[in-house]
Design a protein around this ligand. Sequence first.
Ligand code: HEM
Length: 182
Amino acid sequence: MRPSTRDVFIAPTDTTATTKTQAEVRDLIGKKGFVNEDDVHNFTYLKAVIKETFRLQAIAPLLVPRETFRKCSIGGYEVPTKTLVNVNAWAIGRDPEAWENPEEFYPERFIGSSIDFKGLNFRLIPFGAGIRVCPGMHMGVAAVELALTNLLYKFDWEMLPEMNKEGIDFDVVPGLTTHTKK
Ligand code: HEM
């Protein structure tokens, strides 16, 4: 599997989430043969799985750097004018003060929750927030939703017998976007 694909497919290492997502997709689509954009609105669990994946594996972990216009105070720290500021979306997604059991892949945390990734809830910002928020967010999410639902609809996914969840190396190399080491 190529690293970029593996980033999106963190969920299949969690067999419960994979089974539940696949059941939701197949129940709602039935024998129709494919999933299209209109169907995706109905997939509550799938949307929770995607949010949980974005929370744990931010594609741009430090977003895009900012520079301060004027001096300001952030969390009690005085920040001078023209300081380069990185927002660590990866760490925010795993902050124990923001999330219960942050290291656990638990999509259910989003079911019935208003937390979304559109830049209004600062604890989930895989697309950033504010004036430089990702303009391709809706296109990006639609691509992930459609690809994932159709792959789950059509195929049964499982790890090779010699693989196990613990053996998958999710370590990433530093950079603007997330790439696995191997
Ligand atoms: C799942 C898919 C995607 C993710 C997770 C993502 C994530 C991000 C993030 C984190 C930023 C920085 C936002 C900030 O610093 O506040 C960004 C910026 C940007 N993204 Fe995306 N993106 C995705 C898809 C796309 C697509 C499909 C396009 C174009 C068709 C796109 C175009 C851009 C552009 C042009 C910027 C720079 C915006 C600016 O600096 O004003 N992105 N994206």
